[in-house]
Design a protein around this ligand. Structure first.
Ligand code: ADP
Length: 289
């Protein structure tokens, strides 16, 4: 057997173990929204069935760096009572833990590259296992899958109900990444960028107000090491190369809801809820991160 073949077999068997684990975790949880085969969505397209708040939805959030996946996935997770699992956060937790993987990961993440499918699936499996032990079911995945291989593995082990693809113009994406600030104490996410793109030749303008921190966070703000202009551009390039095909993967299965963000949170959140046929009766989240 050739060397490459041996490597491939070894990799395949480790994926299979993980797969068995993820499968065990999720076959128990009930499915969320039922999509009609072949249905496809845009922000204007068909209304989805109403989702009761306690349904264990299995949703995925796709979108370029800086688009706001974390913000909207976390709000929906609060609303629907399912865990928000962001693989970027799992990677950052691993980095902060100074465990054996940390220096290897820092080198990859700080250059804007993707972590290997094996490592990311391992981190995700551990997170799911911990959630299972606490009785979690359903999820909103943010930042996973990011490659076709990850999407194929996920498809083998569970049935995703819906994939929300958030979209924003590239100039706004870069500005939002560069303006991102995180409170080193409470982890709150803020943004100091004020995005004001004028409409041209019939295309609408875009305004996104800054999301400023409260005074107790203002002195403790940090930026992500991968939010420099050079690294953000590399992350966008990698998104287009490796993750855009994942959009097509779900589009062809009738699971993709395309959502063009019309502005900041106050404009976008109600419209996103509308597109998802959800209601937020006690909307305390309308203007905050
Ligand atoms: P972004 O703002 O670029 O969407 P995230 O916070 O989701 O970033 O992820 C940060 C970094 O973690 C990524 O640039 C990548 O290195 C790594 N990462 C997160 N999720 C994945 C994944 N599913 N596959 C590979 N690498 C990932």
């Amino acid at each position: 057997m050739s060397f490459l073949n041996r490597v491939w077999r070894a990799r395949a068997s480790s994926s299979a173990e993980t797969l068995i684990f993820i499968s065990r975790t999720f076959t128990a949880s009930s499915s969320g929204i039922d999509l009609h085969p072949g249905a496809s969505f845009s922000t204007k397209l068909p209304s989805l069935p109403k989702v009761p708040k306690d349904r264990n939805v299995k949703w995925v959030f796709l979108g370029c760096p800086g688009v706001g996946k974390g913000t909207y996935a976390s709000r929906l997770s609060n609303l629907l009572g399912v865990p928000h699992i962001a693989t970027g956060d799992l990677v950052r937790d691993e980095l902060a833990s100074s465990g054996p993987l940390a220096s290897q990961l820092a080198e990859i993440v700080n250059r804007g590259k993707l972590v290997s499918d094996e490592i990311i699936i391992n981190l995700l499996s551990k997170r799911l296992e911990a959630g299972e032990a606490k009785g979690e079911s359903g999820f909103i995945l943010d930042g996973f899958p990011r490659t076709i291989r990850q999407a194929e593995i996920l498809e083998k082990v569970t049935d995703i109900d819906l994939v929300v693809n958030l979209k924003l113009r590239e100039e706004a994406l870069v500005a939002k990444c560069l303006g991102r600030r995180i409170c080193s104490e409470c982890g709150g996410n803020y943004n100091v960028a004020c995005i004001d793109i004028k409409g041209e030749n019939g295309s609408p303008g875009l305004y996104m107000a800054p999301l400023l921190p409260p005074p107790h966070c203002a002195t403790k703000l940090i930026t992500r090491p991968d939010d420099t202009e050079e690294v953000v551009k590399e992350r966008l390039r990698i998104y287009n190369e490796m993750t855009q095909p994942v959009e097509e993967f779900y589009r062809s299965r009738g699971k993709l809801l395309e959502f063009n963000l019309p502005g900041g949170i106050p404009e976008s959140w109600p419209k996103l809820l509308q597109a998802l046929n959800l209601e937020d009766h006690d909307d305390k989240q309308s203007a905050t991160a």
